[in-house]
Design a protein around this ligand. Sequence first.
Ligand code: ADP
Length: 712
Amino acid sequence: MELARQLGALRGEIIQSWLRRMRTTVAPANLPREQLLDSLPEFLEELSTALSGEVDAKLESAAPIFDSATAQQHARQRLDLGLDTIFIIREYGVLRDCIFSAFEEAAAPLNSRDSRLLSAGVDAGAMRAISHFVHLRDERERQALGKAHSDRASPESALQTVRRAEAALQESEQRFRLLVESVQDYGMFMVSVDGRVSGWNPGAERLKGYAAEEIVGAHLSRFFGPEDIAERVPERLIHRAAVEDHSEYEGWLVRKDGSRFWSTVSLYAIRDEHGTLRGFSNVARDNTARRRSEQTQQFLSEGGEALASSLNYRDTLEQLALLPTRWMADWCAIFVLSPDRREVFVSHRDPEKQPLLQSAVRAVPEPTEERRGVAEVAKTGEAELCPDTKEASWVRAALGVETPEQLQLLGARSYICVPLKVRGETFAVMALVSSEPGKSLGDLDLEAAQELARRGALAVENARLFRDAREAVQARDEFISMASHDLRSPLTSAGLHIDKVLRRARAGGANLEREAVTADLEKLQGQVSRLIQMMDSLLDITTIAAGRMQLEKQSVDLNELATRAAERLQEDFARANCELRVRTEGRVEGVWDPFRIEQVIVNLVSNAVKYGEGRPVELMVEGDERTARLTVKDLGIGIAYEDQRRLFERFERVRADSGVGGHGVGLWIVRRIVEAHGGRIRLTSREGEGATFQIDLPRWPTASERPEHRLH
Ligand code: ADP
C-alpha cells in the first residue's frame, strides 16, 4: 500500500526525468512530446493500482506481477510510429532507472521487497509490450501480403504466394534478430513449428551458453530440466502458443554447462498471411539474481523463525546447520571453537548421507599450508568463498573431512566458510558446501550465508545467555539453601548454650559457679564468632560482586602472612590428620591488603586440606625484585582439565554433591582479590594427581607504592 502511494506521489518527477532522459538518449529528435510520452502516465497509474493489491504472492509464482493493458496499446502506438523492439526495451529500461532514482532522491530508500516489486512491475509492462509488438507486426505483414495478393486479382500461383510470404517472414525474422542483437538483458531465439530452435541471437548465447551452430535444430526441451521434461512442459508451452498465440513459463532452465538459471520464457506464434503457423519467437530473460534474492529473503525469514523457536544451545546449532541444506548447500558443518575442538554440528541434504558426514567431519581442522577453509576463517574472522574447488587436494583439510575417500563420497565442488561471531569474536565457523558441478556457490550465496551466520550467531548467543542465566539462578538457589543450612547449625548450638546458662541462672546457687558459666559462655562465643565469619564471607560475596571491594594496602611481609594463616589452620590440619609443610625464604615484602591476602591463603590451604585426601600440603613463599609468589600444593583428588576454568566462577564446584562441605565461592573470592592486587592465579592439576595453585603478586603494584630506595 505504502509503496503504491509513494509511487503515485512521485509520478510527476518520474515522468519528467523519463522525458529528459529519453530525449537525450533513445528518442528520435522529431518525435513530439505527446507521442513520445504516449500512455506512460497511465502505465504508472496502472502499476500503482496493481501494487496496492495482492501482488506479493505473485513474486513467488510464475505469473507476471500484473497484466498491463496500456502496454498493449503502447506497443501498437510504437509500431504505428515506425519504432522497433529495441526502442521499447530501452524505454522501459529508462523507466526502471527513473523510478529508482526518484525514490532515491525523495530520500525514500526502497527495501528489497519493494525494489523487487517495482522491477517486476516494469518487466511485466516491457514483456507485454514487446510480445504484442512482435505479434502485431507479423500480423500486419501477413495482411499486407494477403492484400497485395488479392488486389492484383491476377491468378498468381500458390507457390509464388508462399514464397513471397516466406521471404517476408524471413526478412521480418532477420530484422527481429538484428534488432535484438544489441540488447543486453533479453535473449531471443526462434523456434520451428515442431519445437526446434531455428534462429539464435547473441543474447540467447550469453544466456544459455550454446553457439548458434551447436543449438540450431535442437528441440526446445534441451533447455529444460528432467522434472519439466517428465511433465512435458516444453510440449505444452508450444501447444499453447500454437493455439492461443502466446504462452509463458517461469522456472529453472538449464545451460549448456548444466548450471541452472531462473528465467521467464515467452513464446509467440508467427503466422503467414494465411494464418498458417510458421514457428514461434521466444523472449527469455535471466532472472536468477531476482529469484535468488527472493529465495534468500524467504529462507532468512523462515530461518529466523526456526532459530528463534528454541532457546536450547545445541538445538539452535543443529537448526542452523540444517538451514543451508534446504537451500543452497548440499552439506553443512558448524565447527565450534571450543577447547577440545570436537564440537561439530553437521547436516546433509540427503538423509542417507548424514551418517557418512557425521563420521567424516568430527573436529575443527588444523590450518592448511594454502591458508584456506575453516581454520583460516577461524583465525582471520573473514568469510571465504571458493566458487570452484577444482577438486584440489587441499580441500579435504580445508573443510575438515578426515579421509580422501569420504570427501570423494560427500563431494565438494564449491564452498563458503563464514565466521559466527559474538561481539567481534569468532566462536564458530560454518562451512556450506555444494557438491554438484552445476550449482556453484557465488557472491549472492556468500552474502546470504553471511546474513544467516549473523542471525545464527545471535540466536546461539541468546541460547547461551539463557543457559548461563538459568544455571546461575540454579547455582544461586543451591547456594542460598546450603548457606542457610550452614548458618542454622551454629545458631542451634548457640541457642542450646544460652538455654544452659539460663537454666543455671534461674536455679542460682552452686549452679552459678564461675568456671562452669565461663565455659558455657566461651562455647557460646565460639559459635558467635563462627557465625560472624560466615556472615562476613556472605557479605564479601555481595561487595565483591558489586565491585565494591576496598583494599587497605600497607607494607607487609608475605612470609609473615603465610605463617599466620598456617597457625590459624593448625586445628583443621590436626583434625584431618594431615601435615602442612611451610617453606619460606626470608622476608618477601610488598604493598598489599594483609587481611585480604591472608584470606587468599586460608582459602587455598583449607581447600588443600579438604580435597587433599590426608596427604601432606605444601605452602611456599618466594619472591624476586618485582613479584612475590605463593604456591599451595596438595596431592589429593585433583581437578580435571575441563573443570579448571569454571571453578574460579561464582558458585562453581566440581560436583555439587561431592560430600565435602563448601559453597563454591572460595576460589572466586581468591581470584577477585588477586586480580584487585594486579596479580594472577594459575592452576595446574590432573584428576587424581593433586592440585597446585600458584599466585603471582606484583610487590609494588604502582610506582608510588615502591619503597624510596628502590626508585632508581
Ligand atoms: P568450596 O567452598 O566448594 O570449596 P571453592 O571455590 O573454594 O569452593 O572451590 C570450588 C571447587 O573447586 C570445590 O568445590 C572443589 O570441587 C574444587 N577444588 C578447589 N580446590 C581444590 C583442590 N585443592 N583439589 C581439588 N579440588 C579443588
